[in-house]
Design a binder for this molecule. Structure first.
Ligand SMILES: O=C(CO)COP(=O)(O)O
Length: 255
């Protein structure tokens, strides 16, 4: 059975103290209320909090993700953070290729591919984000565009390596807008992405890859989204900043 994920992405929000309170609320609620061992609960938090927060979640049902990394192990890259550094403070997951990094920091598919390799080389799990703009959807090129993002950043991997990657489909027009893709739109894209993976790696491998949906996921729409056969959970922005909402999202998977 494919692994299911409720992953939060705090982005650039919360002070350290606010984050500590939010994290401990989520840890307590998830520990008390969640009893589906196939659902992995993850929070992507700002870099300065990682070292402390990985200790806070120790032996809880919550894991900590970084929101970015640099592909090189060390060197003269002022302001950057390597995967080795993340691993050394107990991080297990790294979100990469988020549309905000692609747009504001000019990250290319090729650069993101390097990050995938660096993360896998250290034994961590990449959460690889992809997704189209509204203009691309309206022009009818969204399926080709998002499949192309997978081709460019993931298709150099062996089947064994690919199976360690989590994919997050996040249509840019749905991020932070309150406009969620309908469950039918999410399912349609996820199925196309899985078929695309199957075209290179075979159906058995493709069926093992978790594909999350992101873009205005909330406690009110998660049940319907997560009930779609190819939607294996969510990458949640705004609603992950509220402990009750994020815990409810984590509990929104079919039994
Ligand atoms: O970008 C996202 C998660 O990475 C989605 O953000 P929102 O849930 O706020 O739309």
């Amino acid at each position: 059975m494919r692994k299911k994920y409720a992953a939060g992405n705090w982005k650039m929000n919360k002070t350290f103290e606010e984050g500590q309170i939010l994290l401990s609320e989520v840890v307590n609620m998830v520990n008390d209320e969640m009893n589906n061992p196939n659902v992995h609960v993850i929070l992507g938090v700002p870099f300065p909090y990682l070292s402390s927060f990985t200790k806070l979640v120790n032996s809880s049902k919550v894991s900590i993700a970084a929101q970015n990394c640099h592909p090189k192990p060390s060197g003269a890259y002022t302001g950057e953070v390597s995967v080795q550094m993340l691993k050394s403070v107990g991080v297990k997951y790294v979100i990469i290729g988020h549309s905000e990094r692609r747009e504001y920091f000019g990250e290319s598919d090729a650069f993101i591919a390097e990050k995938v390799d660096a993360i896998l080389a250290e034994g961590l799990t990449p959460i690889f984000c992809c997704g189209e703009t509204l203009a691309q959807r309206e022009a009818g090129i969204h399926f080709d565009f998002v499949c192309g993002q997978l081709t460019n950043s993931l298709f150099h991997l062996s089947a064994e390596a690919l199976q360690k990657v989590v994919i997050a489909y996040e249509p840019i027009w749905a991020i932070g807008t309150g406009v969620t893709a309908s469950s039918a739109q999410a399912q349609e894209m996820h199925k196309i992405l899985r078929d695309h993976l199957a075209s290179k790696y075979g159906q058995t491998v493709a069926d093992e890859i978790s594909i999350l949906y992101g873009g205005s996921v909330g406690a009110g729409n998660a049940v319907e989204l997560f009930s779609q056969p190819d939607v294996d959970g969510g990458l949640v922005g705004g609603a992950s900043l509220k402990s009750r909402d994020f815990t409810d999202i984590s509990k929104s998977f079919p039994a």
